[in-house]
Design a binder for this molecule. Structure first.
Ligand code: SAH
Length: 256
């Protein structure tokens, strides 16, 4: 290894941008965790194809900022809820987490939440197990599996308050993966790039079949590259019919 490769790349803080865009800032220990995560991913990238986003500012924007933008409305903890959470923790699932996005930045920002990271690729989950141990994230669990299977397991079905899903499949497929896993009144966040009105129509019909509705759509641009992003918030109104999620591969082959 050359001396340059050995140097730790420093992740920017951009506290002013966190404040302006989210009315929130990471604490010094959270910033240290994000730095550690960045370093681990750069190292992991040598063996595994984890991410193409490796430059410090780009990592900050596309992985950290973007992950937390989806939970902006939950970023500032409600102090009264803390006692409640100790008995009945807020349960979060990240479907198709890959290198841990958005789940790990979310878990660092909200250490009172119980976060489960799901991915069908065993190697990625093994990498994440090591990252979680290094970061000391005791409230984070991992699971190797497919959303189609986990969504039919009694232990997971209707077991989560919040389901996050970024860059996994088209929107109605994401809805089919996420909705069965939500508790009644729970929220699913679909992280999307561009979004068209025609997509809203198609998704509305799919989400209705799954027992929910589109609660709201937030449109925004990322702070540096000014890329357009959307977060689609789904709310579960009634139990999802037992037929969903359909068997592995069917949701992508025949999207609702
Ligand atoms: N969410 C991450 C990774 C996106 S890549 C990010 O935004 O950076 C998509 C990931 O989803 C891959 O790691 C892939 O293994 C996983 N995946 C795809 N289909 C899946 C399914 N049906 N169930 C579980 N994981 C799935």
């Amino acid at each position: 290894m050359t001396e340059v490769e050995n140097q730790e790349l420093v992740l920017p803080e951009h506290l002013d941008i966190w404040q302006q865009t989210m009315s929130w800032q990471p604490l010094p220990q959270q910033q240290a965790s994000y730095q550690r995560l960045y370093t681990e991913i750069l190292q992991g990238n040598r063996q595994l194809n984890l991410t193409r986003i490796t430059e410090p500012n780009e990592f900050w924007e596309k992985h950290l900022w973007d992950s937390l933008r989806g939970i902006k409305c939950w970023l500032v903890a409600d102090p009264g809820a803390e006692a409640l959470f100790q008995e009945n923790p807020f349960k979060v699932l990240d479907i198709g987490t890959g290198a841990g996005f958005p789940g790990i930045p979310v878990a660092v920002a909200r250490p009172d939440w119980h976060v489960t990271l799901l991915d069908s690729t065993r190697k990625k989950i093994a990498f994440l197990d090591a990252v979680i141990a290094t970061l000391g994230l005791t409230q984070v669990q991992t699971r190797v599996g497919r959303a189609e299977e986990v969504g039919q397991m009694a232990h997971h079905r209707a077991g989560y308050d919040l389901v996050l899903i970024r860059a996994v499949a088209n929107a109605s497929v994401c809805a089919e993966y996420a909705m069965p896993l939500l508790k009644l009144n729970g929220t699913a966040v679909l992280y999307r790039g561009q979004w068209l009105e025609t997509e809203t129509q198609a998704l509305t019909a799919a989400v209705q079949q799954l027992g929910g509705k589109i609660d709201r759509i937030e449109s925004f641009v990322t702070p540096f590259s000014q890329s357009i992003r959307h977060c689609i918030y789904l709310q579960k109104l009634k139990p999802t019919p037992a037929a969903f999620p359909r068997p592995t591969g069917v949701p992508t082959q025949k999207p609702l």
